[in-house]
Design a protein around this ligand. Sequence first.
Ligand SMILES: NC(=O)c1ccc[n+]([C@@H]2O[C@H](COP(=O)([O-])OP(=O)(O)OC[C@H]3O[C@@H](n4cnc5c(N)ncnc54)[C@H](O)[C@@H]3O)[C@@H](O)[C@H]2O)c1
Ligand SMILES: [Zn+2]
Length: 357
Amino acid sequence: MSFNKSINQVPALLWGERGYDLLSELIEKKAYSMLFVLVDTNTNEHCLWPFMSQFKTDLPIEIIELDPGESEKNIETCHELWHVLMEHGGDRKSAVINLGGGVITDIGGFVASLFKRGIDFFHVPTTLLAMVDAAHGGKTAVDLGLYKNQVGLFSWPEAILIDCTFLETLSPRAMRCGLAEMLKHGLIQSKTHWDSLKETSEKDWSHLEGLIKDSVNIKNAIVDVDPREQNERKWLNFGHTVGHAIESLFLDKTPENPILHGEAVAAGMLIESYLSMQLTHLSRADYFEIDYIITRFFDTLPLTETDVPALLAFMATDKKNNNGKVGCTLLCEIGQATFVEDVSIDQFESAILHYIN
Ligand SMILES: NC(=O)c1ccc[n+]([C@@H]2O[C@H](COP(=O)([O-])OP(=O)(O)OC[C@H]3O[C@@H](n4cnc5c(N)ncnc54)[C@H](O)[C@@H]3O)[C@@H](O)[C@H]2O)c1
Ligand SMILES: [Zn+2]
């Protein structure tokens, strides 16, 4: 295996037990001065020792722990992290290992990319969502107030290690969030993947590793042709135009009990599928199949008509907007997506109301 990143900066993808040996070897070759391992409270408890006992290094290691959850993914936390890196002797030859879910990989990648104008980092995703989505594709970002991922940069890890045994301690709720992004991969690009996923049950994840690989391959193939999100990469935002607005709304409404990213994306995919039926000729049969499968895994979110103006306002500020029009990825059929530049606010409103009622 070559460790060099390709022209499109796809990092080394390492799997399972053998992945630890390759990661240890790669880090030894890079001759870092020291390593920081970024965890949150839960990954500190459940994932740190399994990781440390299989990863071999003689380098000094500092563990940095954050509180869990989206509310930590902001610039204030970054500021604290940069201080911690400085105080513990971080220099240009140090590196960060992000051991956690999408919050840890997003913020850890961002912090490393700016510290000393950029130090190396590695992702070891511990949630299904991070294994299939957040750890790949080189997007790092933090939230700005209630607005999702507004401050960030494209920056690729040196390597990503996927060890599915971390999922043994993940809650069913967090597993479903990963499934939402996997369903998205099927819907935008592969009917075969969608068909495999719709057969899965939450009680039987026996084919999970193969399904994870399929999702990762779909995401990487799209990122490979369009790393900077000029065209095809926009498909990966399916469900997210509305989904991010829903996430922002609940961060505001019930900050002590926000809904999770995958739950917002699942609702966003339902609403954007409904829009697809009207705007991009998604068939009624495909729409009802999507509705049936998504509602099998996800309860309808507690949204009311009074939430709609706030949701539309969040969408109007979304970073994908051009000249006041809302761009949105929609479906032509299951397995085929298209980006529509100018969906009107009224069209979003009626699709959201359809979801609520
Ligand atoms: N960069 C990208 O391309 C990209 C793509 C998709 C999502 N994201 C981002 O990812 C984030 C969501 O990621 P997430 O769902 O992984 O959230 P998360 O990181 O908050 O993890 C979910 C919960 O699971 C816990 N946890 C993690 N691993 C565990 C384990 N093995 N056992 C037990 N508990 C564990 C965490 O502590 C947390 O409480 C959002 O901020 C989203 O914007 C980024
Ligand atoms: Zn997402």
